[in-house]
Design a protein around this ligand. Structure first.
Ligand SMILES: Nc1ncnc2c1ncn2[C@@H]1O[C@H](COP(=O)(O)OP(=O)(O)OP(=O)(O)O)[C@@H](O)[C@H]1O
Length: 351
């Protein structure tokens, strides 16, 4: 369902949007389908939005159109009350942090941050750049060159440079992709804290659902050039609109059922649903919504498990279907254990 037609999308529209993107379309020469199709979204002041989706779904093209690096075939972009659709990047007042940070290798860290402040008097530019380096925790490294920094430190310099001009909006294209797993987790919390402390709104492009869930206030899930769902991380996780979203954000088991209003008959018994439906439905059931009870006569059998310390993942076979189940500590079922499966909580009917 396109976001503009989605009740979730409307309910979440910021009262006074800082940015409004209306039905953007972009196709590239020799391509059979558009890279971006009817993309609409609104962003409030200080809000963080993630554009999330698989490779090639149109995230970067959407971001580049908002930044002015790509011209839309159709649609409009309104920023701070002005139509900026035809303006070049430098006239938009929007900050950009590129995937490769795009720092100037021959300039010191301090001069990289000072670069965007060229129009200010020299002393003022220097003090603002120093202030920004302090904000990102790099005060001691101002004299180094970019190649003398770690990936995470370079990322923070790029962010300090973009934030130095106090943009109302900053665009981040896969900003953590060059960092190792541990650094990514630390840096994304740092970036969220920085953006919240400066009050800048942000749009982040990522294909990493964990990153989007951890960093963003709202997530636009994209597939095939379109936004397929727009909502808070909690809404998208608990109430995915389609099998694609249910499987892209976390894991889901798909179960068939016959729906009647807010209830559904399933092989696991009658269950409540998160929203009304009628007739044959596919249902998304999260791994943590399934309870396992050991029973020598149980209809299911554990065929695999992965110990993860704070919880365990089980693969459970029932009627030639394999389910994934996550259970908390204290539940220890060896491979081959016969079990009964019970679904607790509401299940989600999918489109
Ligand atoms: N300059 C270009 N010329 C031709 N086709 C392009 C160009 N830029 C992007 N595309 C195509 O447009 C589609 C969307 O690309 P885009 O980079 O926006 O996707 P993405 O979701 O950001 O993917 P990734 O996560 O891999 O960066 C893809 O099919 C891509 O091949």
């Amino acid at each position: 369902m396109p976001a503009e037609a989605s009740p979730l999308g409307f309910r979440q529209r910021p009262v006074k949007p800082l940015l409004e993107v209306d039905r953007l379309r972009k196709s590239f020469p020799h391509a059979s389908t558009a890279a971006v199709e009817r993309v609409s979204l609104a962003l409030g002041e200080g809000e963080l939005l993630a554009l999330l989706g698989p490779s090639g779904c149109g995230k970067t093209t959407t971001l580049r159109m908002i930044g002015g690096f790509e011209t839309p075939d159709e649609g409009t972009i309104t920023f701070d009350g002005h139509d900026i659709t035809g303006l070049p990047p430098e006239a938009r007042g929007i900050g950009f942090v590129f995937q490769d940070y795009a720092l100037f290798p021959h300039l010191s860290v301090l001069d990289n941050v000072r670069f965007g402040l060229r129009k200010l008097p020299r002393a003022q530019a220097r003090s603002r750049a120093e202030e920004m380096l302090k904000l990102v925790g790099l005060s001691d490294l101002g004299r180094r060159r970019p190649h003398q920094l770690s990936g995470g430190q370079q990322q923070r310099v790029a962010l300090a440079r973009a934030l130095a001009v106090a943009p109302q909006l900053i665009l981040l294209d896969e900003p953590f992709s060059n960092l190792d797993a541990k650094m990514r987790i630390e840096t994304r919390q740092e970036v969220r804290r920085l953006l919240k402390s400066t009050g800048s709104a942000g749009i982040l492009v990522t294909h990493d659902q964990e990153e989007a869930l951890a960093l963003a206030d709202r997530i636009a899930v994209m597939d095939g050039g379109r936004i397929v769902q727009l909502g808070t991380p909690d809404e998208i996780y608990r109430n995915p609109v389609s099998e694609f979203v249910a499987n892209f954000i976390g894991r889901s088991n798909i179960v068939s059922g016959r729906a009647e209003g807010m209830n559904v008959h399933t092989p696991f018994g009658d269950l409540p649903m998160t929203r009304a439906a009628n007739g044959s439905v596919s249902l998304a059931v999260r791994p943590e919504q399934i309870m396992l009870e050991a029973d020598p006569n149980g209809a299911a059998v554990i065929v695999g498990r992965e110990f993860r310390g704070h919880d365990q993942i089980y693969w459970v076979s029932k009627d030639e279907t394999c389910f994934v189940v996550i259970s908390g500590p204290g539940q220890d079922h060896p491979d081959g254990t016969r079990v009964n499966m019970r679904i607790c909580d509401c299940v989600v009917p999918l489109t």
